[in-house]
Write a protein that binds this ligand. Structure first.
Ligand code: C2E
Ligand code: MG
Ligand code: MG
Length: 700
């Protein structure tokens, strides 16, 4: 509260007046328009006139005995000022008071301090400060300008809901002339999209709170419906009665459309129009919640098209896209309306099945999906065949949350692929265990190199014509601190998936070449080292050939003494050009290349011509069956013949018996490897063998 300085107009209270005189005078104040208030020295209200009662909202003197701070929260500061001025002086002040119904009141007034032997008192006179007078004419002009020119439709109602006026925007929005609606009840604008309860609730809210706003479907005179944002407000007369209600309509069709597009983009796959990963997750969560309530199962199928990548690579992405679209159509045709088919990305799809009564229904569905997708796809002039692998899992049988359920389905799908593709596979607990073991192994694998848990074994490759060791294959060993020896068939694929194989592969190469350089110098042996490489080492940016070459230089080992073994799968699964370049780099460096496990993959002899290959290693599965009555012998003979014609030499893997040895020699096979000659050996044992040789198996 702001005390103004003592005003010259305010005369000091004359000495002759004592408190009783003053109170008698005050009584006259009941007839004043201004508000009078007197307190004792403690600030307790001892008097207020009628006008003050009205001002603060207290009837019949009920404000008597209140602390003045309740009515004038800041008045004590004025009192302090009065105190500093000396007795019987007055000050003007401006500040606020509190009406316990209307809240704060802007006030202006005067105060005076009256000392008295029977007790001091304070006297305050005040009135409400009125806002600066406004130019009503100008205000009305501005309002009308807005009303006529705004793009929002506006409509003015009388208190009973009859339409008094509409603005031009309303006429345009609804396609109705003012004459058509003015004078009618607002009910005539009700749209068929909302029922009577809706409008009743709206108007009930307007009555209670004087306003309402929300979405509403408006109807154009031509019958067209459109979404609008509707707000209803009330204007009151001076006496507090409803004067007018104003309705404002904004067309939000465009906003809604944009919202719908954004929503669709966020939740649906653009290519196939199927729900995307995001939407699928929402639906999966929903299904799980539904299952929790109903006790019925939810089924989840995870699908991955087999060899889609090859089609995409060979026929082009446009064709790949067509195939995915058609696959999506077929999948959608296999399921009920209540089920969800989603595309997670690439060639991965999921099917979510609600309320499964009988799990055999899922089996039937999976079979129908396999059948549907096995039908030929006609893409332009081409006809393409694909198949699919499906993993199946159930809630709540296999998992209790969405993420685990999806993981399970994914694992089951991988199992279906591993079992030969074009089939479905159920998730089992053992798959889960396998997955956990894999995860632990991957973790341990990351540490294995640093902790020196890797070692190399060496297995001799024997020249079949002399029986002497000509080459040696390096075989990687992992001594796990708890699991003991982990076979390469278990950890190499993991190392490939996680990319650790690159580091491990470099270590194998360095260690193996160091070892052979040592043996060559120590025992003056003419021996070649053969190192297995994983396809993963050649993909993407490929091997660090510079590093390999400089390592050989440091060792003083000529590259001709090194062979790399690659598996046939590498040639099938990869981009031809890239692999051709990688293999050419070995040749440029003088390193030879062997094609490992020949016969287990696609065994396309065209690869042998296309790529720079020096040796072919016949897989042990052929060798183990060899005898004179077996067709595998004819096959081995044919491979050897062909390889020789193409200028390649042949190594037979897995020779375990004299008979196999004899037959292969007779067929003209150049080299042999297997337990018959030696098992994979430690470096020391191999060195001993090397020294003890001249011929491991004396040739007959
Ligand atoms: P691979 O390159 O075909 O190696 C030959 C496999 O046959 C070795 O198994 C070897 O121990 C086994 N073997 C040798 N002679 C006989 C025999 O007479 N009878 C039988 N039944 N088996 C025989 P291993 O050591 O378990 O290696 C398996 C595979 O792991 C290798 O097949 C190779 O693909 C991979 N591997 C091994 N070391 C490395 C490596 O350093 N890097 C990469 N990327 N892969 C490796
Ligand atoms: Mg090998
Ligand atoms: Mg092999």
């Amino acid at each position: 509260m702001l005390p103004l300085s003592p005003s010259p107009q305010l005369a000091p209270v004359p000495d002759a007046l004592d408190r009783s005189h003053i109170l008698a005078l005050l009584r006259l104040g009941d007839f004043s328009q201004d508000s009078f208030l007197a307190t004792d020295s403690a600030g307790i209200v001892i008097y207020l006139n009628r006008s003050a009662g009205r001002l603060f909202g207290y009837r019949n003197g009920s404000a008597l005995h209140l602390d003045v701070g309740v009515l004038l929260p800041e008045i004590r500061r004025v009192n302090e000022r009065l105190g500093s001025l000396g007795a019987r002086n007055s000050v003007l002040w401006r500040g606020y008071g509190l009406d316990h119904q209307r809240g704060a009141l802007a006030l202006v007034g005067a105060a005076t301090h009256i000392p008295s032997p029977t007790g001091d008192s304070y006297l305050y006179v005040m009135r409400e400060r009125r806002p600066v007078a406004v130019d009503r004419g100008r205000q009305a002009e501005l309002a009308s300008l807005v009303y006529r020119n705004t793009s929002e439709g506006m409509l003015v109602l009388d208190p009973k809901g009859f339409i008094l006026d509409v603005n031009p925007a309303f006429v345009k929005l609804r396609g109705r002339d003012a004459g058509e609606v003015v004078g009618r009840h607002v009910r005539c604008l009700n749209s068929p999209c909302h029922d009577r309860d809706f409008y009743r609730a709206v108007w009930r809210t307007v009555m209670a709170t004087s306003s309402w706003q929300g979405e509403h479907w408006g109807q154009h005179a031509n019958g067209e419906l459109y979404p609008e944002w509707l707000s209803i407000n009330t204007s009151f007369a001076e006496d507090g009665q409803v004067y007018r209600r104003v309705m404002i309509f904004s067309n939000i069709a465009e906003i809604k459309q944009a919202e719908a597009i954004i929503w669709k983009q966020a939740n649906f796959d653009r290519l196939t129009d199927l729900p995307n990963r995001q939407m699928f997750h929402d639906r999966l969560e929903q299904s799980i919640r539904k299952s929790q309530r109903s006790g019925e199962r939810t089924g989840l199928l995870f699908l991955d098209l087999d060899r889609f990548k090859e089609i995409n690579d060979t026929m082009g992405h446009a064709m790949g896209d067509e195939l995915l679209k058609e696959a999506a159509r077929r999948l959608s045709g296999c399921v009920r309306q209540s089920d969800t088919v989603a595309r997670l990305g690439g060639d991965e799809f999921t099917i979510l099945l609600n309320d499964i009564g009988d799990p055999r229904d899922v089996e039937r569905l999976a079979r129908s999906v396999l059948r549907q997708l096995a039908e030929p796809f006609r893409l332009g002039v081409e006809t393409v065949f694909i198949s699919t692998s499906i993993g199946i899992t159930f809630y709540p049988d296999d998992a209790t949350d969405a993420e685990t359920l999806l993981n399970n389905a994914d694992q089951a799908m991988y199992a279906a692929k591993a079992e030969g593709r074009n089939r479905s596979c159920y998730f089992t607990a053992s798959m889960q265990e396998q997955a956990q073991t894999r995860m632990r192994l991957v973790n341990d694998l990351h540490l294995a190199l640093d902790r020196q848990q890797f070692a190399l074994d060496y297995q001799p490759i024997v020249d079949l014509s002399t029986g002497r060791i000509a080459k040696v294959e390096t075989l990687l060993r992992w001594h796990h601190p708890i699991l003991g020896r982990v076979p390469p068939s278990e950890f190499v694929p993991l190392a490939e998936e996680t990319g650790i194989i690159r580091t491990i592969g470099d270590w194998v190469f360095c260690e193996a070449t160091r070892q052979v350089a040592h043996w060559r110098s120590q025992f003056a042996q003419d021996i070649q080292i053969s190192v297995n490489i994983s396809p993963a080492q050649l993909r993407h940016e490929g091997l660090d050939h510079g590093f390999w070459r400089s390592h050989l230089d440091t060792l003083g080992l000529s590259p001709e003494h090194v062979i790399v073994e690659i598996t046939e799968g590498l040639l099938i699964d990869s981009d031809d050009n890239h692999i051709q370049k990688q293999l050419a780099l070995f040749h440029e460096a003088g390193i030879q290349v062997a094609l490992d496990d020949f016969g287990t993959g696609y065994s396309s002899l065209s690869y042998l011509r296309k790529f720079d290959i020096d040796f072919l290693k016949i897989d042990q599965s052929f060798v183990s069956n060899l005898d004179t009555s077996n067709p595998d012998l004819a096959l081995c003979e044919a491979i050897i013949l062909l390889a020789h014609k193409l200028g390649l030499q042949v190594v037979a893997e897995g020779i375990e018996t004299q008979e196999q040895h004899r037959l292969l020699r007779a067929a003209g096979c150049d080299y042999g490897q297997g337990y018959l000659f030696a098992h994979p050996l430690s470096a020391d044992d191999f060195a001993a063998l090397l020294v003890g040789d001249p011929a491991l198996i004396p040739t007959p």
